[in-house]
Ligand binder design. Structure first.
Ligand SMILES: O=c1ccn([C@@H]2O[C@H](COP(=O)(O)O)[C@@H](O)[C@H]2O)c(=O)[nH]1
Length: 266
């Protein structure tokens, strides 16, 4: 992030994007789409976030494309956050962790998105393996969609919201780490003023919602306050809609990166 800026470009091969790129909605189209994004941007953006759902819908051959996409992006020097949003009881969570966080796995990624809504403690196997592998997690804390509030803003008996509780768990995981720990939170850029939450978790804040969901880079300081320095803003469709031309993809990513730089430094 220091070298390249914090922009995270999502690799979300929606059927509608494949169509607008002139590609078929099949495995060959998926492969061409993903390869084009990685080749166009892997030397400039800090982070890619492949959305596993769009690969899994093609079955095992789609997952094979996902493996190659993650490996190619990492080989080109970018970080990969696998957006698979896994979460289950601890014993099953251990298998998900092996899949995405074990360095020998074909789907190894620098970080994985996980859902804590079976209880934060159920994520323990993933926390443990991430620590061993030098990888990270992004835990869904305050998601960008309006429906998320029903769960994440629910208030516990002790008066804390569920979202704030998750942020508290992450701050504890990252305590004492410098420059920051590897246990991040997903916090939507769409959420407006979040000053009632303590976002100072000493870890990265993955912020989806810029572009297609209506948030802008200029919103970041208002949403995140002083924690804006740890934000990894994600843009997926806002960049991808400019393809398939590589120059246009690069131009779109550069514009978002510049807007983010201006917003964060201003
Ligand atoms: O709270 C969340 C968590 C994850 N996402 C994911 O991020 C991208 C956003 O795509 P855009 O095209 O930029 O809207 C997508 O993969 C979501 O599944 C999120 O939007 N909000």
């Amino acid at each position: 992030m220091d070298e390249r800026g914090p922009l995270c470009v999502g690799i979300d091969p929606h059927a509608s994007l494949l169509a607008s790129w002139g590609l078929d909605d099949d495995v060959a189209g998926l492969e061409r789409f993903s390869r084009t994004v990685v080749e166009a941007l892997a030397d400039t953006v800090a982070v890619f976030k492949p959305q596993a759902a769009f690969f899994e819908r093609f079955g095992s051959r789609g997952v094979a494309v996902l493996e190659r996409t993650a490996a190619d992006a990492r080989a080109a020097g970018a970080l990969v956050v696998m957006d698979a949003k896994r979460g289950d009881i601890g014993s099953t969570m251990a298998a998900y962790a092996e899949t995405f966080l074990h360095p020998d796995s074909p789907l190894f990624s620098d970080a994985l998105t996980v859902s804590p809504y079976l209880g934060y403690g159920s994520l323990a196997p993933a926390v443990e393996l991430a620590r061993t592998s030098g990888a990270g997690l992004f835990v869904l804390a305050l998601t960008s969609n309006p429906e998320g509030a029903e769960v994440q803003r629910a208030v516990r008996e002790d008066g804390r919201t569920i979202g704030a509780t998750m942020l508290g768990h992450l701050a504890a995981e990252n305590a004492g780490e410098s420059p920051m720990g590897s246990f991040g939170a997903v916090v939507g850029a769409t959420l407006g003023d979040l000053s009632s939450f303590d976002l100072d978790i000493n870890g990265p804040l993955l912020a989806p919602g810029i572009g297609a969901q209506g948030a802008t880079a200029a919103d970041l300081p208002r949403v995140f306050g002083a924690a804006v320095r740890n934000v990894v803003p994600n843009v997926s469709r806002g960049v991808l809609r400019h393809g398939p031309d590589s120059g246009a993809l690069r131009g779109a990513a550069e514009r978002f990166a510049e807007e983010i730089r201006t917003a964060v430094s201003g």
